[in-house]
Design a protein around this ligand. Structure first.
Ligand code: TXA
Ligand code: MG
Length: 320
């Protein structure tokens, strides 16, 4: 496990403008000093990420929110107090301290406090906010272990290994421009969780928010390097060398090359936690030529899981 010496080393690299991958409770992030535009430019280069896709800034204390944003509303403070540290990202009008490269020129900035000891110690030791997208090549599978990071980004300066992440899918993102609260990306913290804590907070109700998207939220994303298709339990025949990812026990287990269960009983928190690792395992298995993944129902965290699955299968749809 990560010790304080490793964290000091990683913090020193960040202060000198280098790139450090680090664990959060959601997925691994590829971090740089958010206040150093040259360091942030290295993130875009390493990930081959288009410059129109802005980054999330990670802080260790809610006080830092005031430094990075202008017009911090009461609602923002209340959401932060209720859900931070945790997998909720708030998008607010940015302050002049935040370099334009971080926000891709947008007047807003995305901020969160991750709920992970290593991430928090890294931010505190470095003494600066850390801009970090997920630590994968643009469009590919998100990393939930240090090995996943090294597979896609072998050349970055340092990887802090904090074991497998617990949540397994990226943070929920809400925009708080004006006084409206809009869901930009579903995650473990659901719209219902936020509505329960703050009744009536969403100006646009669920279902009407679909058209409002974060700039980086493309139809195709999170893809493995092997063809991925949706799996239907009624589908009797699959091609040879198929890997199948299921989310609940199968009475009659079909004979495929390999089956991975993300959960044995449709527990969507378990499925989220094992979603990307099951896809990485199939991607890395030389005996597997194509992957089939079962859909989940879009309630609760299921909505965030289906968001990732739909984007991951998107580029392979026509080949099915
Ligand atoms: O859980 C997470 O959020 C992980 C960990 C590392 O914190 N990070 C992550 O970052 O998922 P990334 O870059 O893979 O996804 C961030 C998303 C992008 O789709 C981007 O477009 C959106 O956040 N975003 C960032 N700044 C924004 C802004 N100012 N307005 C709207 N969307 C923004
Ligand atoms: Mg990402």
């Amino acid at each position: 496990m990560t010790n304080i010496e490793e964290i000091k080393l990683a913090a020193g690299i960040l202060r000198k403008g280098g790139l450090v991958a680090f664990p959060t409770e959601t997925v691994y992030g590829l971090g740089a000093n958010a206040l150093d535009p040259i360091a942030v430019a290295r993130i875009f280069a390493a990930k081959e990420r288009p410059s129109f896709d802005p980054l999330i800034v990670h802080v260790a204390s809610a006080d830092d929110l005031e430094q990075l944003t202008s017009q911090t509303t009461d609602l923002a403070r209340q959401l932060a107090a209720r859900f931070w540290p945790g997998p909720l990202t708030l998008v607010l009008p940015k302050s002049s301290r935040v370099p334009d490269i971080v926000t891709s020129g947008l007047p807003t900035v995305a901020v969160r406090i991750p709920d992970h000891r290593v991430a928090l110690e890294l931010i505190q030791t470095a003494g600066c906010p850390i801009a970090a997208p997920s630590a994968n090549k643009f469009g590919h599978l998100s990393p939930v272990t240090a090995a996943h990071v090294r597979k896609q980004l072998p050349d970055i300066d340092y990887v802090l290994d904090g074991g497998k992440t617990s949540v397994g899918i990226e943070s929920t993102i809400v925009s708080l421009e004006g006084n409206a609260c809009t869901l930009l990306r579903p995650g473990k913290i659901t719209l219902q969780d936020i509505e329960t804590a703050f009744p009536g907070v969403f100006e646009l109700q669920d279902g009407k928010t679909e058209k409002i998207v974060a700039p980086g939220l493309l139809k195709s994303h999170y893809s493995p390097t092997k063809p991925l298709h949706l799996y239907d339990r009624q589908q009797p025949e699959l091609p040879p060398a198929s890997g199948v990812i299921l989310h609940g026990h199968a009475d009659h287990e079909p004979e495929y090359r390999r089956i991975i269960y993300t959960s044995y009983n449709q527990n969507y928190l378990e499925t989220a936690a094992h979603l990307f690792s099951s896809l990485h395992a199939m991607e890395d298995d030389p005996g597997i030529r194509q992957i089939f993944i079962e859909p989940v129902e879009e309630h609760g965290v299921g909505r965030a899981i289906m968001d990732r699955i739909n984007k991951a299968v998107y580029q392979y749809r026509k080949e099915a």
